[in-house]
Design a protein. Structure first.
Length: 338
C-alpha cells in the first residue's frame, strides 16, 4: 500500500489547564467529560490519511474544529496528543527549528485574509518567502515572475495590493504560497471573502492550477457546493470530531450519521453523482456524433450536453475512446430526485 503523504493518528487539541495530564488519565473523553473538567475539545481523536496529489476538503460549521485541525497539521497550533506523519516523519517529534524549515520549504499556506504586505509590490510580495529562505535576488525574481504568470497576473508585477481587486489580491496570495514550491498546500477558506462571481472564477483558476501542479492539498470550506467542485474526498467535522470521510458522491448518497444526512440534505444529487456511476456499456449500434462527456463529470454538467432528439451521450476518455453511454432517461430520473 502506498504511504500517505500526510496522516494524523488520534490527534487531540484540548484547551484548558492541565489538558495533557487530563488526556493521559482519560484517553477517550466525551465532550461532556471535557466540559465537566472545564476544558474544550477543539479537535477530538481525529484519524485521517491524505494521498499524494489529492484535494482533501475538510468541512464543518463554524466552531466545528476544521481550522484548528489544519493549524495542528502544520503545528501552528500544538496538538495536545496524537501523531502527525508527513513524508513518514512524525511532526510532533520535530524540533521547532525543524518545523520552521518544513514550513518554509515544504508547506504552502493560504488563508481567508490575504495578509499581503501593503508596502511591497506584487512581485516583491510573491518573492518575499524566497527572500526569507535566503535565495538570491535573480533566482527569486525569476521564480516569482513564473508564479505570477501561472496565476494569470502577468503585467501586474509592479502594482501594489491597494491597486488590485479582491480576486487579484487572492491570486497574489496563492502565487506567494506557490513560490516556495510546496509539497503540501493548506488553504483555509481562501475564497470565502470574495463575491460569488469572483469566487467561482477563483475555483476555476484553482482547478486549472491543480491540473498542472498536482499538489497535495488540504482545503477548508463551509460551502458544500465549493467542496463538491473541488474535492477528491471530503471529511465532515462536528464538535471537533470527524463524522465521515469519503468522496462527495458517497457522502451525499450514503451519509454515515444523522448529522451528515442533515448537513447534505439540500445538496442536489445531480451535482455529486458522476457520469461514470450512471453510464452503461456502449453498444455497437450506438451513434457517437456531436457532444461527449468525460466519466468524471457530474450529471448536472452533462445534462445540458444532450442534443435535441438525442437519447444518449457518449462518455469518452481524454484520448477520445468511448467507455460508456449516458442515457437521457437516467439523467432525467436523477434530476427529478433533486
Amino acid at each position: 500500500m502506498t504511504q500517505p503523504k500526510l496522516a494524523c493518528k488520534h490527534v487531540w487539541k484540548v484547551f484548558g489547564h492541565g489538558a495533557e495530564d487530563f488526556l493521559a488519565a482519560n484517553p477517550d473523553p466525551t465532550a461532556e467529560d471535557l466540559a465537566k473538567a472545564w476544558m474544550v475539545g477543539a479537535v477530538r481523536d481525529v484519524n485521517l490519511e491524505i494521498a499524494e496529489g489529492e484535494i482533501f476538503v475538510i468541512m464543518g460549521l463554524s466552531g466545528s474544529g476544521k481550522s484548528t485541525l489544519v493549524r495542528c497539521l502544520s503545528r501552528l497550533v500544538e496538538p495536545t496528543a496524537g501523531e502527525i506523519i508527513f513524508n513518514g516523519e512524525n511532526l510532533l517529534a520535530a524540533s521547532e527549528q525543524r518545523m520552521i524549515e518544513i514550513r518554509r520549504k515544504q508547506m504552502g499556506m493560504v488563508f481567508q485574509h490575504f495578509a499581503l504586505l501593503p508596502h511591497l509590490t506584487v512581485l516583491e510580495n510573491v518573492a518575499f518567502p524566497l527572500e526569507v529562505q535566503g535565495i538570491d535576488r535573480t533566482a527569486r525574481t525569476a521564480r516569482a515572475e513564473r508564479m505570477i504568470e501561472l496565476v494569470g497576473l502577468a503585467g501586474k508585477e509592479r502594482f501594489f495590493p491597494r491597486e488590485l481587486s479582491g480576486g487579484q489580491q487572492q491570486r497574489v496570495g496563492i502565487a506567494r504560497s506557490l513560490a516556495v514550491e510546496p509539497e503540501l498546500w493548506f488553504l483555509d477558506e481562501p475564497f470565502s471573502a470574495l463575491d460569488p462571481l469572483i469566487r467561482r472564477e477563483m475555483q476555476d483558476e484553482f482547478m486549472r492550477l491543480q491540473s498542472q501542479l498536482r499538489k497535495t492539498i488540504v482545503f477548508i470550506t463551509h460551502d458544500f457546493d465549493e467542496a463538491i467542485r473541488l474535492a477528491d474526498r471530503i471529511a465532515i467535522m462536528k464538535d471537533g470530531a470527524v463524522e465521515q470521510v469519503g468522496t462527495p458522491e458517497a457522502i451525499v448518497l450514503n451519509p454515515a450519521t444523522d448529522y451528515v444526512a442533515a448537513f447534505t440534505r439540500s445538496v442536489s444529487k445531480a451535482k455529486v453523482i458522476r457520469v461514470q456511476s450512471l453510464m452503461k456499456p456502449p453498444q455497437k449500434s450506438d451513434r457517437h456524433d456531436g457532444a461527449t462527456t468525460p466519466p468524471g463529470a457530474t450529471i448536472a454538467d452533462a445534462a445540458p450536453l444532450f442534443e435535441i432528439g438525442s437519447d444518449t451521450l457518449p462518455v469518452t476518455t481524454p484520448e477520445g475512446a468511448v467507455v460508456g453511454v449516458l442515457h437521457r432517461d437516467d439523467v432525467v430520473a436523477v434530476l427529478m430526485r433533486g
